[in-house]
Design a protein around this ligand. Sequence first.
Ligand SMILES: [Zn+2]
Length: 218
Amino acid sequence: MSKKNKKELKCKDVEDVIYTDAPKKILKRLECGNKRFMKDKLRNEKQGSVQRKKWNTTQEPFAIVLSCADSRVVPELVFDTGLGELFVVRVAGNIANTDSIASIEYAVAVLGCRLIVVLGHEGCGAVGAAMDGKDMGYNLNHLLVNILPAVKACGCDASKDNVIVENALHAANELTARSEIISGAVKDSGLKIHTGYYHLESGKVDFDKKSPCKKKKD
Ligand SMILES: [Zn+2]
């Protein structure tokens, strides 16, 4: 590693990021937008007619977010972004299944996105339902199966919070494990995949929390 101290990115350096920028810079843009959201200082920029006209025939989102469908977790607000800036895939429990992976593949392969955030959140009902293990009917059961690996990894005594963090990490792993397009972009194009944990009251997103449920060695 270089001994030189790399210049630390400031929010003013990342205001106009585009999809070809370094993922690190784009992640900083998301962090800065999230700080504004937390402080009730949303800029609400790039949401009107100028932006609609600009993206009339094309789109160049700078990041992909795989988020829960929960009405309280709205990535475009959480990161203070406008039209055409985030490619958001929302599904209960922010799971990586065939459909959500395929949507992300489109944004990676066709749109050239190089940053993915899998965004879990406090109080996730889908994770709670997967932990309860009750029969929720054909469709929901089908979805909740995708959360069971995190439930299993954390064990019976786990807190819901821990399973939520583990579930986002599991989904992030699934994206590369189940997609040659995504794993190929990680290797060849420097695509980065991060996880986030959203706090309902503060609005804060903690990025890249470590696995709270690593298997204990005997
Ligand atoms: Zn949820």
